[in-house]
Design a protein around this ligand. Sequence first.
Ligand code: SF4
Length: 329
Amino acid sequence: MTALIDKFSRQVRYVRISVTDRCDFRCVYCMSEEMTFLPRAQILTLEELHQVARAFTELGVEKIRLTGGEPLVRKGIDDLVTDIGSLPGLKDFAMTTNGASLPRYARALKQGGMDRLNISLDSLDPERFRRLTRSGDLTKVIAGIHAAQDAGFERIKLNAVILRGRNDDEVLDLVDFARDEQLDISFIEEMPLGDVSDHSRGETFYSSDDVQTRIESRYALMPSPETTMGPSRYFRMADSQSRVGFISPHSHNFCSTCNRVRVTVEGRLLLCLGNEHSVDLRDTLRRYPGQLEPLKEQIIEAMDLKPERHHFSTDGDVQVVRFMNMTGG
Ligand code: SF4
């Protein structure tokens, strides 16, 4: 089996596949208020998404994460999960979701072979939650978390993006919620993707070190060697099963150990979140329907395009024009 190795001798073993650019929320750090979504003809069909997943697993990829936009708004998502969930060689099958549709889908995802869920939760204040998501209902997300627990998902992880002056005062409440609900939680530094209209990233940047200092005002954090094959640095608390993670693209760059690429819903293989280097898989999928070899060859060749690292800065300038909803992080 050919492994996917880039020019920096990093092996790609993890692919994040966006199954839609659409979402039922409009989080202020992900999208602008007015968005134009891709027409149906331009997005990959469920069969094509399955082909892409299969090609990657046949090239040594062990972890697949389904993202969006919001993956659970994609019609037929449960069937796609069942198809991908049965791929040989897949060791870790995960999804990042806003959780609002989990009461409907949690059981089907579990039965389809999904291993883990990351659920976005940036505030426990219903009114602030609605403002940060521009439409979200916190009670639906809490119900989604409970539905996932009832469906048997373990090590559910909350993802929280902390913005200075917006929700940084809730860091400890979010940690306490995770402890009470026996969830893991990762705090993510905002990334400068897309020209979000809501705030200046230079003003709202809140580093992982700032978050850690807040947490350590109440809980001692012990570094943990645990990993989920992603960029999170994990810590443990002496009196809780919950893990606290930090995803710190600015303050603790993790590009030297990068093991992932992304596929957008329109079939762009993005070699790096922080750059625009990409190849068009959709053309190959539609030129050679049902054939894996041309697709695998294209993916192997694309590894030479993978950049060494991102060049994000915290001054708020938009480095990458595409919005986060095109890749789901
Ligand atoms: S920014 Fe690019 S190189 Fe760095 S970890 Fe992310 S995908 Fe890898």
